[in-house]
Write a protein that binds this ligand. Structure first.
Ligand code: DP6
Length: 365
């Protein structure tokens, strides 16, 4: 059974419950898409399927506390702290998200909510945090539902709902619910896949990918000039959009095969081309924009030169920003580390790097 709606007017607490308090604490990671989600329609539905590595060290930790309301109003009462400080823009964003999902979680109007959140990575590292932030909140909300109503006892159902809700907050967040790798978007090759939530792909991953590193080389810490949400919207009038969505589907097919077979070379070829295609779409948008910096390009050249010279499987990817994600298997870390130190770190802003690898997925703490 797959409930693909999750609207449930029955999830209202009774008077004993509304007098109670509780709290949940989830740590949820960021993820790096190998085939990228870029372009959406309807209510947060992807134009093409995507697949990502779940990370380990780049995470958001979120504590949700609920307590009785002091007066009976229908508003969502939300207090929000980010890194122990009030942050009104983030609070407003979160409030808007919670308002948008009250038909899924009607009980949110019945309590006073306090959410405290923080990221493991430096606030200004220019790392996209919507995936980790939105998945962490969604997991807390599902825990709250389960505590009040006992409706999400089944782990698979819990994760699916958390992924569905996370998707409504930020598309890429749907994939952060699962460790290893996750697929979001309907594709024939993955049974049970859906545009509405992500599904786990860890079981089908060849050992060759299980210890993959993803070091994030911080080229620039500045806030990006065009948000991902705005970037997705620009795909609608991009004349390359249709072939791009088709290409993503075909690449998914090839990549899934490579991931199962342990074909690291095909994986790397697709990862790099996807990253560049994403940025090509930005440059071909109207208005056109560019998020890569000169040091992004310089690093790409150095990574390719290093690979040509050493024949080692070292590849790059990019998110919607200038930072380089360096992908390589654990076995070659002793060769890659000196290369990073001598050739790439000098191109990073203040020598900043976030060392990360494929992670186990969210954890309740
Ligand atoms: C380039 O998930 O941040 O990282 O759904 O509008 O919140 P919204 O966008 P978001 O877009 C992520 C784009 C990407 C590729 C990817 O993660 O698949």
């Amino acid at each position: 059974m797959t409930n693909t709606d999750y609207k449930n007017p029955q999830l209202l607490a009774d008077s004993t419950q509304t007098a109670s308090t509780g709290s949940f604490n989830w740590r949820s990671p960021s993820n790096l898409a190998i085939v990228k989600y870029w372009g959406k329609h309807g209510v947060q539905l992807p134009r093409n399927p995507s697949i990502s590595f779940t990370l380990e060290n780049a995470f958001t930790q979120t504590l949700l506390e609920y307590a009785p309301k002091t007066d009976h109003n229908e508003n969502i009462e939300l207090e929000f702290l980010f890194h122990k400080e009030e942050n009104e823009p983030f609070r407003q964003k979160l409030l808007k998200f919670l308002e948008s999902i009250t038909d899924i979680f009607p009980f949110l109007r019945q309590f006073k909510l306090k959410i405290r959140s923080g990221n493991s990575f430096p606030h200004s590292a220019g790392i996209a945090s919507s995936a980790s932030a939105m998945s962490a909140v969604s997991l807390c909300l599902c825990s709250m539902e389960d505590e009040l109503f006992g409706t999400l006892q089944d782990d698979t159902e819990f994760d699916r709902k958390a992924s569905y809700v996370a998707r409504l907050g930020s598309g890429s967040a749907s994939r952060s619910i699962y460790g290893g790798m996750a697929v979001w978007g309907k594709i024939g090759a993955v049974a049970g896949s859906s545009d509405l939530y992500a599904v786990p792909y860890a079981d089908r991953m060849h050992d060759a990918f299980k210890s993959f590193h993803d070091d994030i080389l911080i080229v620039s810490k500045s806030e990006k000039s065009v948000s991902s949400t705005a970037g997705h919207a620009l795909m609608e009038d991009n004349i390359y959009a249709a072939p791009r969505f088709q290409q993503a589907g075909q690449r998914m097919q090839r990549l899934l095969g490579a991931i199962q077979a342990g074909d690291v070379e095909t994986f790397g070829e697709i990862a790099e081309n996807e990253a560049l295609t994403l940025h090509a779409m930005m440059m071909a948008s109207n208005p056109s924009y560019m998020l890569m910096e000169s040091n992004t390009i310089e690093m790409i050249k150095r990574i390719r030169a290093y690979r040509a010279e050493t024949k080692e499987p070292v590849y790059f990817s990019l998110d919607a920003g200038p930072n380089i994600h360096l992908l390589y298997p654990e076995e070659i870390i002793h060769n890659v580390s000196p290369f990073i130190d001598s050739e790439l770190l000098p191109l990073c802003q203040e020598g900043m790097i976030v060392r990360d690898w494929v992670g186990e997925g969210p954890e309740q703490v």
